[in-house]
Design a protein around this ligand. Structure first.
Ligand SMILES: NC(=O)c1ccc[n+]([C@@H]2O[C@H](COP(=O)([O-])OP(=O)(O)OC[C@H]3O[C@@H](n4cnc5c(N)ncnc54)[C@H](O)[C@@H]3O)[C@@H](O)[C@H]2O)c1
Length: 355
């Protein structure tokens, strides 16, 4: 078992172990005073893993109140947020009780924000079942829902009480959803960890994946502990995301987060080389080779003029531009403040080179 401790505004453990979902109740009964558990999941994960989590919670003395949303990004909305709060209120859930997020990043983000808001904050626990949720969204306390105007526009920084990661749940992930998570794994290697990057060139079996999840979680923990509220260092985790979020928005979320981030990382690598921030022209080939190896896309059909529009309303911008996370080399990020017009020019050049 891997155990990683996070010390932020809330302190908690992240436990990575095969079969740990079956011990959910045993872990929760020691840290939760109440005996009601609102188990939030989506309609796919419900059929796969709710049974064993519910059983474990009930055996530990919890009353399980299950709330199921349709799977997919469209569910991370204000309607489901309010429905979940109403459901908790109707069932007289108290501040001593807990919300349990069983699923991917959509379930985790929605549940975390509901837990942060209900009764001004009740405990929540993350049970990530996608690679992306395990290495990224379940760690660090960013919770959110989407608005029509854009992704993650409403949310809170709110740390879970515990994260239990059972990587055997990845066995049921469709290949392309596993690949979405690999985009975030590749991101960690690209920005700070050349050794992790090199691991990703080898075949990945169960043991390697466990090692990779633990490494990514440790990297994220280190960043979050230094900058929980995203005022400085945490922005490095945004590598590929400024352009990626734009692609997600323009595609009306038909391109997944992971795939959009992959294209964003490819374009950000090309911008790094083209503007002299990276002296190694082979960086782009190395990035594209890694993304392709892990079944991720590298090109977009959107042009620079379209891509820049959502970037202008990026919540990390200041009206004049945004900090772009670029690469000096694999394993070494660089932060550059760039105006929107300059980003548009840079994107235009690197996209033109590819046609
Ligand atoms: N809070 C953060 O810090 C943070 C970081 C990165 C991403 N995110 C958010 O995470 C979301 C993306 O998360 P995601 O990629 O996990 O997507 P997701 O939650 O939509 O899950 C993807 C799909 O996989 C299915 N699924 C989940 N676990 C499964 C399993 N074990 N077996 C079979 N199917 C399974 C789901 O039903 C869904 O259809 C986005 O909304 C993104 O904004 C948040």
């Amino acid at each position: 078992m891997e155990k990683i401790h996070v010390s932020a505004s809330g302190s908690y453990d992240i436990l990575i172990e095969d079969g740990i979902l079956e011990k959910t109740g045993a872990y929760l009964k020691d840290i939760i005073k109440g005996r009601k558990a609102v188990l939030v999941t989506d309609d796919i994960v419900d059929g796969l893993y709710s049974g064993k989590v519910s059983k474990s919670l009930e055996e530990a003395g919890f009353q399980v109140l299950k709330f199921v949303i349709p799977n997919g990004e469209a569910s991370k909305n204000a309607g489901n947020f309010i429905k979940l709060l109403e459901y908790a209120a109707e069932n007289k859930v108290s501040r001593a009780d807990v919300m349990v997020a069983l699923g991917g990043g959509v379930v985790g983000d929605l549940t975390g924000f509901a837990a942060a808001s209900f009764l001004r904050g009740i405990a929540f626990v993350q049970l990530p079942t996608t690679l992306l949720a395990a290495v990224d969204s379940s760690v660090g306390g960013k919770t959110a829902i989407d608005l029509v105007a854009g992704k993650n526009l409403v949310g809170a920084f709110y740390q879970p009480k515990l994260v239990l990661c059972d990587i055997t749940t990845f066995n049921t992930l469709p290949e392309e959803i596993f690949a979405d998570g690999m985009a975030e794994v590749i991101k960690y290697g690209a920005i700070v960890d050349k050794e992790l990057w090199d691991w990703l060139k080898e075949p990945l079996g169960h043991d390697e994946i466990e090692k990779i999840v633990a490494r990514c979680v440790s990297i994220k923990r280190d960043v979050v502990e230094k900058d929980e509220f995203d005022t400085g260092l945490r922005q490095i985790l945004n590598f590929g995301h400024t352009i990626g979020h734009s692609i997600e928005t323009l595609s009306n979320y038909t391109i997944s987060h992971g795939k959009a981030v992959a294209i964003g990382m490819s374009l950000a690598s090309a911008i790094s080389v083209q503007n002299g921030f990276c002296k190694d022209a082979l960086l782009v080939d190395e990035m594209n080779g890694m993304l392709t190896r892990h079944k991720l896309p590298i090109n977009t059909e959107f042009d620079a003029v379209s891509l820049i529009e959502p970037i202008r309303s990026d919540k990390k911008g200041d009206g004049a531009g945004v900090n772009l996370i670029l690469l000096e080399k694999i394993g070494q990020y660089i932060i550059k403040k760039v105006s929107f017009d300059d980003i548009c020019d840079m994107l235009s050049k690197v996209i033109k080179e590819r046609v």
